[in-house]
Design a protein around this ligand. Structure first.
Ligand SMILES: Cc1ncc(C[n+]2csc(CCOP(=O)(O)OP(=O)(O)O)c2C)c(N)n1
Length: 712
């Protein structure tokens, strides 16, 4: 026994009584093999980073033992089928330690070769600088921006808990896995981890297990410079199960701690593992100099000699190590085939649920789901698009169990909820009569997640839910606070994750709350994110079409931007049908069948301004006008040239765009000869109609602009 078991009450503290000693130096063949494997991982990382002339050796060297222990003794995975639905999820939140993950993937038999490792950080390789989802088999999520991974992992644990509650039967568990994270100081310094872990503690996500690489060094130096809180106590106060392992190379103690964390199913677990960054490098270990730069040729040799490793050849993998680590392949096949036979039994007893489970895990929407979409006829004259969105969600919810989401404490404003579909909460902690609850008993079956005022974590959690599979997450807040989750939105776009953002209060139309709450630059800012689709519908019917688009978009995230204020609902017998939104932009009305003299372009509530101006110009001035609704730039730009030319003929130079946002960027459609009616600065605190007047986003201003352009 290499550890003393000091305390049963939390936090559990496991202490290696030979502190600082290399405890697996004994005769036991198993421990020798463990040591060899750990050193193989260390030196694959060191060699790859040295060859690439860039990378982060410190974390792989210091954290190799915990990663080895987790991956060989606990992680349920099948390297031959990285997409197996019931695998444990592993998130390397400290993404700069990517070589640690690549070494694990190669050694345990994923479709990643030693040549791939040698190509670390080179063009088009499967081993980019930071782990990228979709590029490397076995990489669950893109990490690198610190703290995001831990947020993603909370989302994965939410998804697991929800799907388990929905589909498992007492003796037939088809969803039953853990989510593991390796996080470093940087992850825990970032505010997003406080938000995400606070919520995880509240939600009692017992199958979330974080291994904290507590090496007291970050990029710029010691954590004594800026991070001296008691991390264990912080997590304890958030309702986590906390353990400490004081010797980061002590495989058996780490093993035991992970075992205890798995047994503890009513709280998430963190194991704070004291490690030495760059372990083994005689000249650099324990210092920030090995955090983010290659060790250097001489220090590589010194580290190898220090740990009894051959200096040559590089990328050395002992045969016994490969054989030992590749045991994962057979183990994984067996685990998956056992799961498949459980699924077969499940299918016999619950054929409908089995079919639904497979459908949602494949990311396929229910057949004919679109027939549930509401229609807004001419009987209702006006409606805010946020209310139209609410109606869509309520209409879809009964037939779309994979819909799950919520807001950052803005349910009554953003209206992104599924009434009657329960609150996602630990069972037995409350019920629908708690103020603000959406309704029904509290359990993990609930589809409404109360994120609290935690936009940043909400974005990452949504990413984790989407990547886990089985869920189509939506998350909502005021549009102006999209800033607070922009880093996660960027990652969703980078990963192609199907996340739907429901933003309300889309402009100065917010009114009295003033400039702090009035988005101005946000539309343009989000339009500039590659892979993110931004839709700002102009009325209730376009809001329905926007949801249709978002749900069908399984290639990446969609941001839906809705108004707070009521907007007239266009009578579609007089205007073009709203399904033109599926092309991104369409002619909604025109005064001529010929090529127009003038094109007015509007989005959201300003489409009405464009329409009123267009009609006036036509009726009072005899000008041939076309009004184009352009709710989604990305989709419009993706249309064939012919379509774009049909809607915006290049011969028509007099073009005016109207949008209550920053003008920058509209030249893309109005050209250098056109003009934009929009915002130049922040908004102000006053009633919305006053703001539109004062900032000049008016019918009159558009008319004057057109006339002055025509005079040129
Ligand atoms: C959001 C964010 N800010 C800054 C960085 C740059 N960065 C990468 S690693 C790192 C330090 C991380 O320290 P730690 O987690 O202790 O990792 P270790 O030094 O142990 O490898 C920093 C600041 C980043 N990747 N993400």
């Amino acid at each position: 026994m290499f550890f003393q078991y000091l305390q049963r009450d939390e936090p559990v503290r496991l202490v290696n009584i030979f502190q600082g000693a290399d405890i697996y130096m004994g005769d036991n063949a198993k421990t020798r093999l463990a040591e060899l494997s750990i050193n193989t991982m260390r030196f694959l990382a060191v060699d790859a980073i040295q060859k690439a002339k860039s990378g982060h050796p410190g974390l792989p060297m210091g954290g190799a033992a915990m990663a080895y222990t987790l991956w060989t003794r606990h992680l349920k995975h099948n390297p031959s089928d990285p997409g197996w639905a019931d695998r444990d999820r592993f998130v390397l939140s400290a993404g700069h330690g990517s070589m640690l993950l690549y070494a694990l993937l190669y050694l345990t038999g994923y479709d990643l070769s030693l040549e791939d490792i040698e190509k670390f950080r080179t063009w088009n390789s499967k081993t980019p600088g930071h782990p990228e989802f979709g590029r490397t088999p076995g990489v669950e999520v893109t990490t690198g921006p610190l703290g995001q991974g831990i947020g993603d992992a909370v989302g994965m644990a939410v998804a697991e808990a929800h799907l388990a509650a929905r589909y498992n039967r007492a003796d037939l568990k088809i969803v039953d896995h853990y989510t593991y994270v390796i996080a470093g100081d940087g992850d825990l310094m970032e505010g997003i981890s406080c938000e995400a872990c606070s919520l995880a503690g509240h939600l009692k996500l017992g199958k979330l297990i974080v291994l904290y690489d507590d090496n007291r060094i970050s990029l710029a130096g010691s954590t004594r410079l800026s991070f001296t809180e008691d991390v264990g106590k912080r997590f304890e106060s958030a309702g986590w199960h906390v353990q400490h392992v004081e010797e980061g190379n002590d495989v058996d103690t780490i093993d035991r701690a992970i075992g205890l964390a798995k047994e503890e199913q009513s709280r998430p677990s963190i194991i704070c593992i004291s490690t030495i960054i760059g372990y083994g490098s005689p000249g650099k270990q324990g210092s920030a100099s090995c955090h983010g730069s290659p060790l250097g040729v001489e220090e590589v040799a010194a580290a190898k000699r220090n740990l009894g490793w051959p200096v040559e050849p590089g990328f050395f993998v002992p045969e016994d190590v490969l054989k030992h680590m590749r045991g994962a392949v057979e183990r994984g096949r067996k685990q998956e085939s056992e799961w498949r036979s459980t699924l077969e039994h499940y299918r016999e007893f619950c054929p409908e649920d089995a079919a639904e489970f497979e459908r949602v895990m494949d990311g396929r929407l229910p057949a004919d789901w679109e027939s549930a979409l509401p229609e807004f006829g001419s009987d209702l004259k006006s409606l805010s698009t946020r209310k139209a969105s609410e109606a869509v969600l309520q209409a879809l919810a009964p037939g779309m169990p994979e819909l799950m989401g919520g807001t950052a404490d803005l349910n009554p404003s953003t209206l992104a909820w599924l009434k009657g579909f329960g609150d996602f909460q630990p069972a037995g902690t409350g019920s629908g009569d708690v103020p603000g609850a959406v309704g029904g008993e509290w359990s993990y079956r609930g589809q409404n997640v109360h994120f609290g005022v935690r936009e940043h974590a909400m974005g990452a959690i949504a990413n984790g839910m989407a990547l886990h599979g089985g869920i189509v997450p939506f998350v909502g807040t005021f549009f102006v606070f999209s800033d607070y989750m922009r880093p996660s939105m960027r990652l969703a776009a980078l990963m192609g994750a199907r996340v739907i953002y429901v933003f309300s209060h889309d402009s100065i139309g917010v009114g009295e709350d003033g400039p702090t709450h009035q988005p101005v630059e946000h539309l343009m800012s989000l339009r500039s994110v590659p892979g993110l689709t931004v839709i700002r519908p102009a009325d209730a019917s376009e809001a329905v079409e926007a949801w249709r688009f978002a749900l069908n978009n399984d290639k990446g995230p969609t941001a839906l931007v809705f108004s707070r204020q009521n907007i007239p609902i266009l009578d579609r017998s007089k205007y073009a049908p709203a399904d033109g939104l599926q092309q991104g932009g369409y002619t909604v009305w025109e005064s001529t069948v010929n090529t127009p003299d003038v094109i007015l372009i509007g989005t959201g509530s300003e489409l009405q301004v464009a329409l009123d101006a267009g009609k006036s110009l036509s009726e009072n001035n005899g000008i041939a006008v076309r009004v184009v609704s352009l709710p989604c730039w990305e989709t419009f730009d993706g249309q064939p040239e012919e379509y774009r030319e049909k809607i915006l003929p290049s011969s028509v130079k007099v073009r005016v765009a109207v949008e209550a946002g920053i003008k920058l960027g509209w030249e893309h459609y109005v050209g250098l000869d056109g003009a934009v009616t929009g915002m130049d600065g922040f908004g102000a605190s006053a009633p919305a109609p006053v703001l539109y007047e004062k900032f000049g986003i008016t019918v009159q201003r558009v008319i004057e602009t057109v006339k002055s352009l025509m005079k040129r």
